[in-house]
Design a protein around this ligand. Structure first.
Ligand code: FNR
Length: 384
């Protein structure tokens, strides 16, 4: 189908399924076990309803925001998705994301397991273009230290440490992917990502994750603070207790995420976890939202600007000038560049911009700051 027939982010998935090599499709689209969590990730947004306001001047609407203090044209960022497998989707790999992100003023989170090298992706960025880095912590902490300090030197503005358990023995069973035995076209691609002794017999996901340290614990966070000044964010927090622990340890924030449904099946959606984290941070730590100290991000199943605005509403308040709300979007951008290259990602971002513009008008919210908790009815999430 031509790009003009792609009307929303869901459409990219349907196109990708038709045009992508079967192995790549299996790796990108698969999720854990019975794939209940991946379905819930999007479905959870259906339980939140809007309470729009009327008679507000919405002649001009502005959906720009800041993420960790960095300007972003809209309250989304490109989530890190490991593609370190012979550039499964497209010969330019992540560079498609870098180029489209530059054009649209959005932030790309570079994955540890990218198919392009870290420096290639940073070199591709325009001057002043903001990038984050997603870190898988290597068992060898000297390697980790080198990676982190190199990222800081290259101007990375936020370090997102993935804390879900993703070590090979514990990697979520993605059966769709496991049926496709992975053969690296170029084994150096895998080695470059830092994993040795790779077992390629059990699908792409298992092949690339064997170096990740399952021994990582709360005690290690102090060490991270000692080796970098970048804001530290935990990616993959799934309950308020861990969120409060991250806050107490002085981190800059958490991404409430279940890894796109790829790890523990029946993990709850990020949006549901957001609601309980906000509630407990307010009640137990006296924190108001938004604030400059601690940021909550969400990813998983975000496909529409309305999904994003629901998350923003749940994490934002009107009586504070500081705006720092964002959600990550993963698969739609992978499907977009796998099907159409950089133009696909460009189109996806244009679709989102048009959706933000229209939906802010319909909500009666001229700016992101006006998207307040009272604009949603989230009682169906069961958290009051
Ligand atoms: C991911 N995700 C991920 N997360 C991470 O921290 N490190 C990684 O290497 C990867 N790799 C990865 C590969 C693929 C193919 C997918 C689909 C996802 C998870 C990702 O950052 C994010 O949490 C989800 O993709 C968000 O869900 P959606 O938008 O894909 O539904």
């Amino acid at each position: 189908p031509s790009l003009s027939e792609v009307l929303n982010l869901h459409d990219f998935e349907h196109v990708a399924k038709q045009v992508m090599p079967e192995k790549a499709w299996a790796y990108y689209s698969s999720a854990a076990d019975d794939e209940i969590t991946i379905r819930e990730n999007h479905a959870a947004f259906h339980r939140i309803w809007f309470r729009p306001r009327v008679l507000r001047d919405v002649t001009e609407v502005d959906y720009s925001t800041k993420i960790l203090g960095n300007a972003s044209s809209m309250p989304i960022y490109i989530a890190s998705t490991a593609t370190a497998l012979g550039k499964l989707g497209h010969p330019d790999g992540e560079l498609n994301l870098t180029r489209a992100a530059a054009k649209h003023g959005v932030i790309q989170m570079i994955p540890t397991l990218a198919s392009c090298s870290f420096d290639e992706i940073v070199d591709e960025a325009k001057p002043g273009q903001v990038q984050f880095y997603q870190l898988y912590v290597n068992k060898d902490r000297e390697i980790t230290k080198r990676i982190v300090q190199h990222a800081e030197r290259r101007g990375i503005k936020g370090l997102f440490i993935t804390v879900e358990i993703v070590d090979a023995p514990q990697l979520g069973r993605r059966e769709k992917d496991m049926r496709q035995k992975f053969e690296a076209e170029d084994p150096s691609e895998v080695t470059k990502a830092g994993s040795d002794g790779v077992d390629r017999s059990q699908g792409a996901a298992r092949a690339i994750s064997s170096f990740i340290d399952p021994g990582l614990s709360w005690k290690d966070l102090k060490w991270f603070k000692s080796i970098t000044k970048m804001p530290l964010i935990l990616k993959g927090v799934q309950c308020w207790e861990d969120c409060l622990e991250a806050y107490d340890q002085g981190l800059a924030g958490c991404v409430l995420s279940n890894h796109g449904g790829r790890q523990l099946d029946f993990a709850r959606s990020g949006i549901e976890v957001l609601a309980e984290c906000v509630k407990n941070l307010k009640e137990k730590r006296g924190l108001s939202f938004p604030n400059e100290k601690f940021q909550l991000f969400v990813d998983g199943g975000v496909r529409r600007a309305t999904d994003v605005l629901k998350a923003v509403a749940l994490g934002a308040t009107a009586d504070n000038d500081y705006i720092d709300a964002a959600v990550g979007i993963g698969r739609p951008f992978l499907y977009a560049f796998s099907s159409y290259g950089v133009e696909g990602v460009d189109h996806a971002l244009n679709i989102l911009k048009a959706e933000f513009e229209m939906n802010l008008r319909l909500l009666g919210a001229p700016t992101i700051k006006d998207v307040v908790p009272e604009m949603v009815d989230a009682t169906n999430l069961g958290i009051h």
